[in-house]
Each structure stands twice: as structure tokens, then as C-alpha cells.
Design a protein around this ligand. Structure first.
Ligand code: NAI
Length: 304
């Protein structure tokens, strides 16, 4: 077993289940000491349960690794602070923060309540800020550190009924890029992963017809542990030159995702009026408009 993360300490949010659990176990197997944070709530963020985090800690210890459990919420700035302090108290340092915790409150936009909007923004976007902020000073002081944030093609591409989640996940992309820019002078790196994995988050897809059943069987191949190798590498010294990037992982494929750049421009020396925008600018630009794609339109082939 290679010790790619030997001597490093990782805080991994939402690592009691799903993708986070896979990352916690693989980081520990590569020598990292791990704070396994998980609130243990329902998919909508309601309730708490300390057992998922405790179970992951037991599994890591049984495999000979080092881990402690933390049951705080990433949405609580003081809780985020405690996660990082627990890493320092238990293992003496912090090198990697994986912002993976997440919930869903899907609603079609006109039925999206402020409660569902705020709950999702709080856990995803504010949660990423809270935990990153709590670690940033330590990273700066030691002149190193790696942030790995989880985004989604629901934001990067689009999806129905997820305005809260898509907005939060695109916010995380902007946050990650900003951290990468602001902290590169201290050798602190920040990258995003957009995962595809069969977890309880997508486990509610109906299987009422043979077609749906076949689709779900294919999706089930995308096990959460497929995401871990990239997260482990991003936390390692081998990734010293990798920052400000957005990756995606889908079963055995790893993607580098694009970032917005100008696609086409039009110029008119005398400036524009609403009329010339309609007559001149739009005919030139509209061939390059993006379709109203959702994630599955872009990732249109079966997971391989
Ligand atoms: P999951 O529901 O299996 O795991 C998320 C964990 O986060 C849960 O154990 C939950 O208790 C924990 N959590 C929720 N709120 C928390 C809080 N306030 N504080 C601490 N822990 C909290 O979900 P999964 O699929 O493993 O998702 C992990 C990340 O990947 C999420 O950020 C999700 O948005 C993202 N993602 C997942 C996709 C997938 O295909 N599974 C697709 C795109 C993004």
C-alpha cells in the first residue's frame, strides 16, 4: 500500500456515507489521519445521527488507519471551526480539506420555498466557506494545503428542479477559483470534483419499468469509491501544480471540465442600440448559443 498521504491530516465533511466515506477510507489507506465529519441527517438535512461517522472511524481503525469522528454541521461556522481544531488536537496539523457534505431539497422553481433554498445554500455553499475559512489560516501559516470541493453537473451543465442546489454548486466553483487565486502565493491549492456516483442522493430514481430498471442497473456500477482516487491524488504532493481546476469522475472516466471564456464577439464602432443588437449582434452570436441542456444531454453515453 503506497503512502501517498503519509503524515498528512485530512478533514472530510459528510464522510459518514457515500462518496465521502470512500475518500476517508482511501485517504487513511494512503497514510493520512482523518477527521470523519458527518452530521448523520436525512437526505433533506433533517435530524442527526452520530453512527455513520463512528462506523467509518471503526472501519478505518480496523484496517490499521487513524481516524476520529466529528458530528458537527458544516453549516455552522463554530462547528466548522471545531472540525479543524479536532484535527489539530488529535493529529497536530491539517493538510487537506474535502468539502463533500451535502443535502438535496429538489423542487420545481416556482414551488421552491425560501426554507428549501436557504437549507441547501447553507450546507453546500456556506458549508464550503465555513470549513475552508476555518482551515485557511493554518494552511497559510504552514505554507501548504489542499482544498477539494464537490460541485455538480446540475450546476455546471443544468438540471430540472434543482435551482437551490445548482446555484450552490456553481457558487462553490467560484469560491474554489477565488481561493486558488488568493492563496497560491502560500502554496495552497483549491480544486473541484463533479462526481457521478450511485449513492442515496440519486438512489431514489424509480424502477417501475424494465427500461428504468436497466438504467438504474447501469448507474449502480458507478460506485462511490470510484471518486476517491482523484481526491486522494489532489491531496498529495504530486498535485503541487494543480489548482483552480474542475474535474468530473463518472465510473472509470475522469474529465477535465471547461471554464467559461468568450465564445464569439461582435463589435460596432459607433456602439450599439437595441435595434442593432437585434439586427446585427444576435444573428452573429445566436449560432453559438448553448442548448437548454441538462446533465444527461451532455453525458449521454452509458457509464463506462
Ligand atoms: P450522501 O447523501 O451519500 O452523503 C452526504 C453526507 O453528507 C451524508 O452522510 C450526510 O449526513 C452528510 N451531511 C449532510 N449535511 C451535513 C452537514 N450540514 N454537516 C455535515 N455533514 C452533512 O451523498 P453523496 O452522493 O455521497 O454526495 C457527496 C457530495 O457529492 C455532495 O456534495 C453532493 O452534492 C455531490 N454530488 C454527488 C453526486 C452523485 O452522483 N452522488 C452528483 C453530483 C454531486
Amino acid at each position: 500500500m503506497s503512502g501517498m498521504l503519509e503524515g498528512k491530516v485530512a478533514v472530510i465533511t459528510g464522510s459518514g456515507r457515500g462518496i465521502g466515506r470512500g475518500i476517508a477510507e482511501m485517504m487513511a489507506s494512503r497514510g493520512a489521519s482523518v477527521v470523519v465529519n458527518d452530521l448523520g441527517g436525512g437526505i433533506d438535512g433533517e435530524g442527526t445521527d452520530t453512527s455513520p461517522a463512528a462506523e467509518v472511524v471503526d472501519a478505518i481503525k480496523a484496517a490499521g488507519g487513524n481516524a476520529v469522528a466529528n458530528g458537527d454541521s458544516v453549516a455552522d461556522p463554530a462547528g466548522a471551526q471545531r472540525m479543524v481544531e479536532q484535527a489539530l488536537d488529535s493529529f497536530g496539523r491539517v493538510d487537506i480539506v474535502v468539502n463533500n457534505a451535502g443535502i438535496l431539497r429538489d423542487r420545481i422553481f416556482h414551488r421552491m420555498s425560501h426554507v428549501d433554498w436557504n437549507a441547501v445554500i447553507d450546507v453546500h455553499l456556506h458549508g464550503c466557506f465555513n470549513v475552508s475559512k476555518a482551515a485557511a489560516g493554518h494552511f497559510k501559516e504552514q505554507g501548504s494545503g489542499s482544498f477539494v470541493h464537490f460541485t455538480s453537473t446540475s450546476g455546471l451543465v443544468g438540471n430540472f428542479g434543482q435551482s437551490n442546489y445548482s446555484a450552490a454548486k456553481m457558487g462553490i466553483v467560484g469560491l474554489s477559483k477565488s481561493i486558488a487565486l488568493d492563496m497560491s502565493r502560500y502554496n495552497v491549492r483549491s480544486n473541484c470534483i463533479s462526481p457521478f456516483a450511485w449513492s442515496r442522493m440519486i438512489g431514489s430514481i424509480p424502477t417501475d419499468t424494465p427500461e428504468q430498471e436497466a438504467r438504474v442497473a447501469k448507474l449502480q456500477q458507478m460506485t462511490p469509491d470510484k471518486i476517491a482516487p482523484l481526491a486522494v491524488w489532489l491531496g498529495s504532493d504530486g498535485a503541487a501544480d494543480c489548482t483552480g481546476q474542475i474535474f468530473a469522475v463518472r465510473n472509470n472516466e475522469v474529465f477535465l471540465m471547461s471554464q467559461p471564456r468568450p465564445v464569439r464577439s461582435v463589435h460596432r464602432g459607433e456602439g450599439w442600440t437595441p435595434e442593432t443588437i437585434g439586427e446585427h449582434a444576435m444573428p452573429a452570436l445566436e449560432k453559438h448559443f448553448y442548448d437548454l441542456d441538462v446533465s444527461i444531454d451532455v453525458f449521454s453515453w452509458d457509464p463506462v
